[in-house]
Design a protein around this ligand. Structure first.
Ligand code: AMP
Ligand code: MG
Length: 411
């Protein structure tokens, strides 16, 4: 058996980040930027009113000129062609250009208007110069470094780029991942014949890939037949950046995956036993003809998903340009005694991480831990790392591996 760390490193070594492409900013959400982006414009680009109110000269108010004649009205998107003179005010809306000659905007709440004032407003307060005016470059200054190479594009980054007028950027593209299930017992749908089960691994992996923001390609179910497996794997390898397969990696008589991998990878493959439970068997390699990395996950549904979270996700992230160094863990308090027997393996038990009433992270373990129990996996949000030995006692610290990206994001 090899350690989880060793297996992780070996899998991550299978691939490199994809070559960068130019992509529409609108399509770049979640991708990694492959260039530094500098501001080419000031934002805002003109003196902008921060309030609905009146553009005035602050000096007027200081010398007691409080009744001001309203000479024009400017809405957002408009400019006033003239120059504001002493004794004048201009009705202005948020986002409109502050007219030349004005050096403050008085919010409309502070302004008195009456019949007797006719076309004048009365401002009973003083204003500082520049009050309620947004200046060119206040948010973004032309020439400044806006976004750096290696940064992930989120919604705000898209907003920043668009506010600059950028429509294209250089990014690492989405990884195209082919997914194949293997097994004679598998069927897609319909009434089950004796001995048949429905394929749950492939749909779960395909959905997990979508959530990761990559491009999944569904290659269906392949029978436990050497030639069929070889053909399916080679076919997917011609079209994809990475292939994930499930089933057939243990040591049963119909477990052909290592034989096929050995052939299509020209010996450049590994079939390993990882010292973890579940997800011990794992095979991987790089195809000789197309250089496509391939990871064969175990067939048991929980083992398959644990393996996906530990290994496949890391390689995908690396190929998409992320820095991938180790499996990310969080420390939490054990909500119970987590008993186990020594067996030389790190147990990755399904659990639920919560914030306790005291504001600490607390983890509880699912009562059953079968590697076929998909329902209990679905009701879990972490894998609890219980080191080899007799277990972890209630209240002590334990590492957990989050299964979801934002496990506390609730509305
Ligand atoms: P294997 O790794 O092929 O020996 O399969 C181990 C266990 O997982 C067996 O009970 C299989 O029936 C089950 N299994 C394999 N592939 C799938 C799948 N795609 N969906 C659900 N269960 C599966
Ligand atoms: Mg099988």
């Amino acid at each position: 058996m090899i350690s989880l760390r060793k297996a992780f490193n070996m899998v991550v070594e299978l691939g490199v980040p994809l070559n960068s492409i130019e992509c529409d900013v609108d399509d770049s959400l979640g991708l990694i930027l492959e260039e530094d982006v500098y501001a080419t414009e000031n934002v805002p680009s003109f003196r902008t009113s921060a309030m609905d109110g009146y553009a005035i000269k602050s000096e007027d108010l200081r010398v007691g000129i409080n009744k001001l004649k309203v000479v024009a009205k400017v809405f957002a998107g408009q400019t006033f062609a003239g120059i504001l003179q002493s004794g004048q005010a201009i009705r202005i809306m948020t986002g409109a250009t502050v007219p030349e000659g004005a050096d403050a905007v008085c919010p409309q709440e502070f302004v008195e208007i009456s019949e007797s004032l006719k076309d004048q407003v009365y401002i009973p307060t003083l204003l500082c110069a520049n009050e309620n005016i947004r200046f060119p470059g206040e948010d973004i200054e032309s020439g400044q470094l806006l976004l750096s190479k290696g940064q992930q594009i989120g919604p705000s980054q898209i907003g920043i780029l668009k506010s600059m007028g950028n429509t294209k950027i250089k990014v690492i593209p989405k990884v195209k991942v082919g997914v194949i299930s293997t097994g004679d017992e598998l069927t897609e749908s319909g009434v089950l014949k004796p001995g048949q089960i429905r394929d749950s691994n492939r749909p779960t992996i395909l959905a997990s890939l979508k959530r990761l923001g990559v491009t999944p390609v569904d290659y269906g179910i392949v029978r436990d037949d050497l030639n069929a497996i070889e053909e399916a794997f080679s076919n997917a390898a011609r079209d994809c950046d990475l292939i994930l397969t499930t089933g057939g990696v243990s040591v049963g008589e119909a477990d052909y995956i290592s034989t096929v991998l050995n052939k299509i990878c020209n010996g450049n493959m590994q079939s390993v036993k990882v010292a973890i439970k579940p997800a011990k068997p794992l095979a991987f390699g790089v195809t000789a003809q197309t250089g496509c990395p391939l990871i064969s996950l175990p067939g048991n549904p929980v083992a398959c998903l644990v393996s996906f979270h530990l290994f496949a996700k890391a390689l995908i992230k690396k190929m998409m340009g992320h820095r991938v160094e180790n499996i990310r863990t969080i420390r939490a308090k054990a909500g119970d005694d987590f008993e186990r027997f020594p067996d030389g393996k790190l147990h990755l038990d399904r659990g639920i991480l919560n914030v306790s009433n005291e504001g600490c992270l607390k983890v509880t373990r699912q009562a059953k831990q079968g590697s076929h129990m998909l329902r209990l996996f679905a009701e879990s949000n972490v894998l609890i790392c219980i080191p080899d030995g007799d277990g972890v006692v209630k209240g002590s610290s334990v590492d957990v591996i989050p299964l979801e990206l934002n496990i506390f994001e609730e509305y």
